[in-house]
Design a protein around this ligand. Sequence first.
Ligand code: IPD
Ligand code: CA
Ligand code: CA
Length: 264
Amino acid sequence: MKHTDIDHLLIDAIDCARRAGTVALSYFRGGRQLDIHTKSGESDIVTAADKASEAVIKDFIATHYPDHAILSEESGESGGKAPWRWVIDPVDGTTNFSTGLPFWAISIGIEYGGEAVIGVVYVPFTDELFHAVKGGGAYLNGKQLHVSTDENIAHAVVTTGFPVDKDVNPDNNLDNVAAVLPLVRGLRRLGAASVDMCYVAAGFLGAYWELNLHEWDVCASTLIVTEAGGRCTRFRHDRNVSLLCGAPAIHDRILPLLSSEPRG
Ligand code: IPD
Ligand code: CA
Ligand code: CA
């Protein structure tokens, strides 16, 4: 892997995210027909915008990097065991998107040999472009990011999310909310994992955790958080990707409060 490879890939990943964002925006708040369908349940949806955004990114990769592998939320894996792999969430925060709320993003992580080396998260509505390169820091619209330095959990505003199987599985994160809520200044549910994590990287939030995520939700933003000086821990292994990230002191304070095994 050469530096020039990384430089070109970063430029291309940013270009892809912006193009996909423009396409997705054309469906937002009364634009083109959304055509909402459910997937695993009523809380798990896909729209025409997710598919159109994914097509923009995958067509670009097929044209410019035909030997790269892809993992993308709406179409799964392709390209076998190539050293380079793009991990794509074409619209993260589809529920927000579908109802007109602004927190949703295009998330593109690029791995080399199984390790994330580039992360790009683009929030089209606010025109916030987050990016990181392994060892090169994390940035928001070109300005370098650092997680919050406030170590007092009583000052922290934190976010979480609730698993899409919350209607059928009582292991739904309310136990963790009950443990964390009394300790923090504010608890939010923004509705897009990649945005939550980038806002931790920027120091806007002290921490974020969620159960039952997937690699496409977190690949890009895990690199962005760590490159901004944050800490990320997969705190249990029986619920897909269950991740806590935060400024180090806040992360370390919350980690022991989260349930590590199913209760009951
Ligand atoms: C979802 C969002 C949401 C989180 C869900 C994710 P999607 O992604 O990140 O905030 O709570 O667990 O599945 O389905 O909108 O790409
Ligand atoms: Ca997602
Ligand atoms: Ca998605």
